[in-house]
Ligand binder design. Structure first.
Ligand code: NAP
Length: 294
């Protein structure tokens, strides 16, 4: 069994990006600038957005954090997005999800200029991704592809079972694993809460990608020997032995599943850190495209 070490790979990627940024600086060019909008004060969202800003500093990007109160109206947020769309200094930006209930998330994501949509959630970018065109791939699926590639995991002709069909993880992941090329060329089954015989389907999988958010959902007896296991789940569970009062767990019973797997991502330290690294990669791409005006 080999650990797909997202912490290490994400560090490698950040080092590679830092080198690119240093080259930009030495040529006297503008460095990439990422902005993030956060609405409200949800603890997990603040942590995620804080990590993204910190990651920008680490690689030498400029960053702007826009904090808006939880009472922000949809119109106010749309105005802020319009400002960022028009601000030539900003190469890419994200709106941290989830948004408060008075705001229609889809409407907000549609308002982001696709050329600055480094999360890759705009329908234009999602469509391009599905058509194998160059675009911003959503950071979490992009990070999973990168892990598979760097560990040279064979995906061709394999049966990949994706559990969870969210627009940000499961759905794009199922499209990407079925694409022509590598990583890809898999035969994909996308499962969700209405899937019948899910245990039987999982037992036939060469690659299992869990993105449902249910701690310990995937048990050792459900997977076949030498399966590749990618755990996207992040759930905070109360843990009084920790100073912060909780710990992060994935969707996989790591201790037992890892004994059967050929490759497996840990939680934390697997897919999570890759997500941030790929957001930086998308921002670098946005800067390059912005510079070339494409
Ligand atoms: P989500 O919107 O929370 O949806 C969960 C999906 O799982 C839904 O499609 C749901 O089916 C499916 N599901 C729930 N219970 C199921 C069951 N018993 N059997 C089969 N499918 C089931 O998904 P998400 O936003 O992708 O988040 C999933 C997890 O990934 C969460 O823990 C989240 O925190 C984590 N996450 C991690 C990262 C990272 O960077 N590592 C990034 C994003 C999300 P229905 O569609 O039928 O309801």
């Amino acid at each position: 069994m080999e650990i797909l070490d997202g912490k290490k790979v994400s560090n490698d990627i950040k080092n590679e990006i830092t080198i690119e940024v240093d080259k930009m600086k030495s040529r006297g060019e503008k460095v990439p600038h990422l902005a993030a909008i956060i609405v409200g004060s949800d603890g997990a969202s603040l942590t995620y957005v804080g990590s993204k800003v910190k990651a920008c500093e680490r690689v030498g990007f400029e960053s702007t954090l826009v904090k808006m109160p939880s009472t922000t109206s949809e119109v106010e947020l749309l105005h802020k997005i319009e400002d960022l769309n028009e601000d030539d200094a900003i190469d890419g930006f994200i709106v941290q999800l989830p948004l408060p209930p008075q705001i229609d998330t889809q409407k907000i994501l549609m308002a982001i200029d696709p050329d600055k949509d480094v999360d890759g959630f705009h329908p234009t970018n999602f469509g391009k991704m599905a058509l194998d065109m160059s675009t911003f791939i959503p950071a979490t699926p992009f990070g999973i592809l990168e892990l598979l590639e760097r560990y040279e995991v064979d995906t061709k002709g394999k049966h990949t079972v994706v559990i969870g069909r969210s627009h940000i993880v499961g759905r794009p992941m199922s499209i990407l694993m079925g694409r022509r090329g590598w990583p890809g060329n898999s035969t994909v089954t996308l499962t969700h809460s209405h899937t019948k015989n899910i245990t039987q389907i999982i037992s036939q999988a060469d690659i299992v990608i869990t993105a449902l958010g249910t701690p310990n959902f995937l048990k050792a007896e459900m997977v076949k020997d030498d399966a590749v296991i990618i755990d996207v789940g992040i759930t905070r569970v109360t843990d009084d032995t920790r100073e912060r009062g909780y710990r992060i767990v994935g969707d996989v019973d790591f201790e037992n599943v890892s004994k059967k797997a050929s490759y497996i991502t840990p939680v934390p330290g697997g897919v999570g850190p890759m997500t941030i690294a790929m957001l930086l990669k998308n921002t670098l791409l946005a800067r390059e495209r912005h510079k070339l005006n494409i």
